[in-house]
Design a protein around this ligand. Structure first.
Ligand code: IPE
Ligand code: IPE
Ligand code: MG
Length: 247
């Protein structure tokens, strides 16, 4: 089944999206439906992370950004946050070899300073150990908020103007984008949100300007590589115009 979808994607002349971003949502509802505590949904969601990472490598996506924890998520109950933090450390350990074997290079975007030392150490370890992976750039958005990313970029530019290193008139879109966490990667071509929600939730507000949006009712722990391939096939059917008229 997944190899048939893969064949269809490869044969499509529209090409594979270079950058796919995902809002991994619906873990709590998945657990509720089964009468389980919310954290069981988060635990189950790890398998889906593995699925989409491997699926992205198989299909030839170059950059995969996963929204794992928002700045607003810091307002959740302490126990839930603590569980998510322990999951982050587990992920960094248990997936490391698999990521290296698949040629995945891990990056992290977000306010990492808000994490305690053990989480920061786990993040550093996974970044260091996967450096040089050539098949996929995996960008984990954790403690991430797009508005604060934009404010921080503005602050950095303002400081350079105040120091006389930059003329205000020279600030253009490229100069601005270069100050964002995501400066190294092209904007997402496709953004997937699971669990049937139709909102951005403070994710990549600048970067999504011309991204194709795709939502699916599938809850994150049920999401697998076939769902990813279906989203990519739908993307290939879209006509991207960027404000122009296609002949
Ligand atoms: C997504 O699932 C994971 C995080 C935001 C950390 P949720 O925990 O938001 O699950 P729902 O949306 O309550 O079902
Ligand atoms: C968005 O999901 C954040 C992540 C998936 C990490 P939320 O569940 O936090 O978003 P809202 O509250 O439904 O907008
Ligand atoms: Mg949610």
């Amino acid at each position: 089944m997944s190899s048939e979808l893969l064949r269809q994607i490869r044969e499509n002349e529209s090409g594979v999206p270079t950058h796919v971003a995902v809002i991994m949502d619906g873990n709590g509802r998945w657990a509720n439906e089964r009468g389980l505590p919310r954290y069981e949904g988060h635990r189950a969601g790890m398998k889906s992370v593995r699925e989409v990472v491997e699926g992205a490598v198989e299909v030839g996506v170059e950059v995969l950004t996963l929204y794992a924890f928002s700045q607003e998520n810091w307002q959740r109950p302490r126990r839930e946050i603590a569980f998510l933090m322990s999951l982050l450390k587990t992920y960094a350990k248990s997936e490391l070899q698999d990521l290296v074997d698949h040629g995945v290079e891990v990056h992290v975007v977000g306010e990492v300073e808000r994490f305690a030392a053990p989480e920061r150490k786990a993040i550093e370890t996974i970044i260091d150990a996967t450096r040089g992976g050539e098949h996929l750039q995996l960008v984990l958005a954790i403690s991430y908020g797009s508005r604060s990313e934009i404010v921080e970029a503005t602050r950095r530019l303002a400081r350079r103007v105040a120091a006389g290193q930059l003329e205000a008139d020279r600030i253009d879109e490229a100069a601005f984008a270069a100050e964002l966490y995501t400066a190294a990667w092209p904007d997402p071509d496709l953004m997937i949100r699971t669990s049937g929600e139709y909102r951005i939730s403070n994710f990549l507000l600048w970067q999504l300007a011309y991204t194709e949006l795709y939502t699916t009712p599938v809850l994150w722990p049920d999401f697998n590589r076939e769902h990813l391939f279906e989203a990519i096939l739908e993307y290939q059917r879209r006509e991207r115009r960027f404000g122009r008229v296609n002949q």
